[in-house]
Write a protein that binds this ligand. Structure first.
Ligand SMILES: [Zn+2]
Length: 550
């Protein structure tokens, strides 16, 4: 796919990338673009972050297919242009991502010489590049507002308040609790409107969840060590390499570090796991993860299939999924419960199924939700991957409007991410069936059963599902008294059409096709890093209950 730019502003990132290439996880064509020395790149909070820019200019507006031999622009103004010389390689090479590296004095001289040599060959012409500034939420307040609903429609009341919706859930017959982020200039009018709503409906209330969202974001990024190279602790896996230490769960991490972490986890259990790629994101990133198995060899048992970070801003989900992986990898040595579940099931775990969106939350907008797909005839970017699945597609609880946070796409599976995940699920179903699917989300603390697209139909085994979910919720509460609700998503949270769990239930034939909304109910998406490990511990406790039943 043409039009993805990755900036490596650190020699270690470059080295990791070349390692990735060598291990054939990616077969991208590497091209280098030397940037002007004065170009200011890099992100002080995420020194190794991977930065992506979608590239609408290089696509045919009608067919969305990449152009050949045309000027290639990316990003916002000013638009740098790299002119591909005619006759550069085969046409197919132009479909592949191209990459460029910042030229910095700290880049290894050998790499620098290589880049300069490539530039000297005249493969590309370079000009300085600038990136959109990081979206600021300084001074934003977050409110939880109680809003009456009529037949599930609250749009009008909510629209009259303004603000950016972060989350909503049903709080009782006819009422919603909606969390809204409000810009500093709008706070006075918002509070007046909220008070008017409250008096008009003879009830309702609003409370402040955050007095300064920008300050919360700063705290999230500086607490713990968001470091370029996380530390190792030689705990040792089951016959493999030393396992990365638990300090991984003290902080959130750049995407490139996650990729490295998965490789390190897999290396710690080399005989019972492999790295997997389920497909490719819109911007060309592999959708990666780990497949683990026990006795009987790989791909011989029913599947347990986990997807994390489908919504980009839900950072807690990928680290909790990684904590589950950590427990599986360490536990297979000597934990009889882990041995039992791995001997009876093949685990397919994809911690970040929306890598483009996740990277974008780290480079540009922490509260981005959707993927980063560019479409014809609209300037809006992004489709909600969790409204793009075929079951119930296009119904209430999704939007046909490309600007909406719940944009369903123009057809089922017309995002590369959903298409890849659906195909992956279909193949798991066809091989040995699917025992459990969990699509990990935040925030609400709810175990969501099917269905989301309808509130009046239920899976045939709904009672069995409710019983398992109740047991898991009780187990989750053990370590820290954290309360998790459970029930069909449409009833306990909100209606959502075209979601993954409904597809896995009806088409994937999973015995348990679920979504789980993780912590918390106060900080929301910006969950402080010191809650990562407790969140992982309580979820693992809940899953152990499931493993015992399985
Ligand atoms: Zn979500």
């Amino acid at each position: 796919m043409l039009g993805r730019a990755i900036i490596y502003d650190d020699p270690l990132s470059f080295a990791n990338y070349t390692k990735e290439l060598a291990s054939k996880q990616r077969d991208d064509m590497v091209l280098a673009l030397i940037l002007d020395d004065s170009t200011k790149l890099g992100n002080p909070q995420f020194p190794m972050s991977e930065k992506g820019e979608s590239n609408s200019q290089c696509r045919d507006p009608a067919t969305q297919s990449p152009h050949h031999d045309v000027d290639c622009s990316f990003g916002k103004e000013p638009r740098p242009i790299c002119r591909w010389r005619n006759g550069l390689g085969s046409h197919s090479s132009l479909y592949r991502p191209w990459h460029y590296y910042t030229e910095r004095s700290r880049i290894d001289m050998k790499i620098r010489a290589l880049l300069l040599a490539i530039a000297a060959l005249g493969l590309v012409e370079a000009s300085p590049v600038s990136h959109p500034a990081k979206v600021s939420y300084d001074g934003y307040k977050v409110y939880r507002v109680s809003i009456p609903s009529t037949g599930g429609a609250i749009t009008e009341e909510e629209a009259s308040l303004g603000g950016i919706e972060l989350q909503r859930r049903r709080t009782g017959e006819g009422w919603w609790a909606v969390d809204l982020a409000v810009a500093p200039d709008d706070i006075a009018s918002f509070e007046a409107a909220a008070a008017a709503t409250s008096s008009r409906f003879g009830g309702g209330s609003h409370e402040i969840l955050s007095h300064d969202l920008g300050a919360d974001l700063a705290a999230e990024s500086t607490t713990g060590s968001v470091s370029a190279s996380y530390k190792y602790k030689a705990e040792g896996g089951a016959g493999g390499e030393a396992l990365p230490g638990l300090e991984w769960f003290d902080a959130y991490h750049p995407y490139a570090d996650h990729v490295q972490y998965w490789a390190d986890l897999q290396a710690a259990l080399p005989n019972n796991s492999e790295l997997i790629v389920a497909g490719t994101s819109f911007e060309g990133r592999p959708i990666q993860g780990i497949h683990l198995w026990g006795e009987g060899g790989k791909d011989s048992k029913p599947a347990i299939f986990f997807n994390g970070n489908v919504h980009a801003r839900e950072w807690i989900t990928s680290v909790v999924v990684e904590y589950i992986l950590y427990q599986l990898v360490t536990g297979y040595k000597n934990d009889t419960l882990v041995q039992k579940v791995l001997d009876n099931y093949d685990f397919y775990v994809l911690p970040v199924v929306n890598p483009d969106g996740f990277v974008y939350t780290q480079t540009t907008d922490r509260l981005w939700r959707k993927n980063r797909q560019v479409r014809a005839n609209t300037t809006a970017i992004g489709t909600d991957i969790n409204r793009n699945w075929a079951v119930g597609w296009g119904g209430d609880g999704s939007s046909p409007n490309p600007s909406s946070e719940t944009f369903s796409g123009f057809a089922p599976h017309d995002t590369p991410e959903t298409a890849a995940l659906a195909a992956y699920a279909d193949s798991l179903r066809d091989r040995h069936g699917i025992k459990l699917y969990v699509d990990w989300h935040s925030y609400a603390q709810v175990i969501l059963l099917s269905y989301g697209y309808t509130c009046t139909a239920f899976p045939a085994n709904i009672e069995e599902q409710e019983a398992l979910a109740a047991g898991i919720a009780a187990a989750i509460a053990k370590p820290y008294n954290t309360t998790f609700d459970h029930g069909p998503g449409c009833l306990v949270l909100y209606q959502s059409s075209g979601n993954g769990r409904d597809y896995l239930t009806d088409v994937g034939k999973a015995q348990f096709g679920w979504g789980i909304e993780l912590r918390d109910t106060q900080y929301g998406f910006v969950l402080p890093p010191d809650q990562i490990l407790p969140s992982g511990i309580e979820i693992w406790e809940g899953l152990k209950y499931a493993w015992a039943q399985f």
